[in-house]
Design a protein around this ligand. Structure first.
Ligand SMILES: *[C@@H]1O[C@H](CO)[C@@H](O)[C@H](O)[C@H]1NC(C)=O
Ligand SMILES: *[C@@H]1O[C@H](CO)[C@@H](O)[C@H](O)[C@H]1NC(C)=O
Length: 223
């Protein structure tokens, strides 16, 4: 617990005083001089979760209702796309709660972690019904796989935020996920959660801002 909290705090402190990037290129410069190749998923937005997986040579991207797996060598080669929308019932409930069906009641994928040799853990807002899934990604770079096992869905409360406008800061330590998120529908209760793994789930005191005073501007913690 302590080790992971230190990482989360590093993220908090890191965000307060970011070190300037060593190299800076504008989008136009990259396009003009570096043979920039772009990748865009149709009918989606908000590429908020990125996971570089050097072992498999892939870049995983979490977006609205989608996860993509791109080749690190050539973004146009063997790109895989997985649709992961929120179920209709959840979208309707979200809409009844006064949220916008077309912009908020979607599954915004907020975090991606390399879980083990064959799976990536993904969590999203699930139309204000946070949800996680283990995505099968294969283990051979030459045979990329991207599959969601519908039997392996997990409750995502305390892992992903409810609201697409909120962020989560998280780190996976072994099989345990430490996540700093707004843990309630209204986005008032910012909490650090420990979940998954063998031990019981644990969270910091409800509505105690001394633990975590918002994560709106945090960068995700890296292991
Ligand atoms: C990248 O992959 C695409 C599609 O397979 C191919 O047309 C292109 O030549 C490749 N580019 C490089 C630099 O290998
Ligand atoms: C990785 O984790 C998933 C989800 O718990 C599990 O189904 C799978 O068997 C694991 N794979 C390996 C190689 O341990």
């Amino acid at each position: 617990m302590i080790a992971a909290l230190v990482l989360l705090w590093t993220a908090v402190l890191g965000a307060a005083s970011p070190s300037p990037p060593r190299l800076r290129f504008s989008f136009q410069e990259l396009q003009a001089q570096h043979g920039l190749r772009t990748f865009r998923l149709a009918r989606t937005c908000c590429y908020e979760a990125l996971l570089v997986d050097e072992e498999r040579g892939r870049l995983f991207v979490g977006a609205e209702n989608h996860v993509a797996s791109l080749s690190l060598d050539n973004i146009s080669k063997r790109a895989k796309k997985l649709a992961w929308p929120a179920p209709v019932e959840w979208r309707e409930e979200c809409n009844w709660a006064g949220k916008d069906i077309g912009t908020e009641c979607m599954n915004f994928v907020k975090l991606l972690h390399a879980y083990n040799r064959s799976h990536v853990l993904a969590c999203g807002t699930g139309a204000f019904h946070p949800t996680c899934a283990f995505l099968e990604v294969g283990h051979r770079p030459e045979e990329p796989v991207l599959r969601l096992d519908p039997r392996r869905l997990e409750d995502g409360k305390g892992k992903s935020p409810y609201d697409p406008r909120h962020r989560a800061a998280s780190v996976l330590v072994g099989e345990e996920l430490y996540s700093g998120v707004a843990a309630d529908l209204m986005g008032r209760d910012f909490t650090i959660f420990r979940s998954l793994g063998q031990r019981p789930s644990l969270r910091t005191e409800p509505h105690d801002s001394r633990w975590l005073n918002g994560v709106g501007h945090l960068l995700p913690a890296r292991e």
